[in-house]
Design a protein around this ligand. Structure first.
Ligand code: SF4
Length: 205
C-alpha cells in the first residue's frame, strides 16, 4: 500500500540528525558507475515500481543507521574506491545527510554519482525533497527517472534500465568514462556471510 506523504515524513524524522538509514554498502563495485566505486543503497522508496530490482528497499522503517562520519570513513578507507554511488531506495529523501557525505568525499578527490526515481526537473523545482538542490550541486553524474517495466530496454550495453531514464553527466572529465560494465553481475560476500548481488538484472539481497 502506498504511503501518504505524512507517513513518509514521520518515518524520515526517525533518522537521527547526521545519520543515514541504509539498506546496504559495498566497496569496489564496477557495475554501478565509472571506475571502482563504493555503493550506498539508501533505505526507503515510495514508488513501488513494478519489477523493481530492490523491493526490500521500499520500507522506510529503520534498517541500518550509519553516521555521516562513519560512512565517509568507510568509503575513504578503501583506497581502490575512485567514486561513490548513491542508489536505492530513493537517495534524495535523505539528501541533507548525503550532501554532507558528498561534500567530504569530493574534498578527498572522489567523484559522486546518484540514481533517483525523480526527474532532474523535479529535483530542480521548489517541490523537491529537502536539500535536493544542494546535493545536485555536488554530483558528477545523475541517473534520473523511476524504472518503468513497459519501457524496459533489456540491453546489457545500456547504462539505464528503461527508456524514460537519462544519464546526466555534469562533469566533462567523466564524459569518456560512461562505459561501466552494466552487463555484468557482481556478488559481494561480506565477512559475516551476508551477500549483495548487484548489476544488470541483479538485486540487493
Ligand atoms: S524508484 Fe527505483 S527503488 Fe524505487 S521502486 Fe522504483 S525501481 Fe525500485
Amino acid at each position: 500500500m502506498s504511503k501518504t506523504k505524512i507517513d513518509l515524513y514521520l518515518q524520515l524524522l526517525e533518522i537521527p540528525p547526521g545519520h543515514l538509514n541504509i539498506m546496504g554498502y559495498v566497496d569496489e563495485s564496477e557495475v554501478n558507475g565509472p571506475g571502482k566505486r563504493a555503493v550506498v543503497w539508501l533505505q526507503g522508496c515510495q514508488r513501488e515500481c513494478e519489477a523493481c530490482f530492490n523491493p526490500k528497499s521500499w520500507s522506510f522503517e529503520i534498517n541500518q543507521l550509519i553516521s555521516v562520519e562513519h560512512l565517509v570513513e568507510k568509503i575513504l578507507n578503501n583506497s581502490k574506491n575512485t567514486g561513490v554511488t548513491f542508489s536505492g531506495g530513493e537517495p534524495f529523501w535523505q539528501a541533507p545527510a548525503l550532501t554532507e557525505v558528498a561534500k567530504k568525499v569530493k574534498a578527498a578527490g572522489l567523484n559522486v554519482m546518484s540514481f533517483t526515481g525523480f526527474t532532474l526537473e523535479k529535483l530542480q523545482s521548489e517541490y523537491a525533497p529537502a536539500c535536493s538542490h544542494e546535493l545536485l550541486a555536488y554530483l558528477d553524474i545523475l541517473i534520473d527517472g523511476a524504472y518503468v517495466k513497459s519501457l524496459a530496454i533489456n540491453d546489457p550495453n545500456s547504462l539505464v534500465s528503461s527508456s524514460n531514464q537519462w544519464v546526466h553527466d555534469f562533469n566533462p572529465a567523466l564524459k569518456d568514462k560512461l562505459d561501466w560494465a552494466s552487463d555484468q553481475i557482481e556478488i559481494h560476500i561480506h565477512k559475516d556471510g551476508s551477500r549483495i548481488i548487484t548489476g544488470f538484472r541483479g538485486s540487493l539481497e
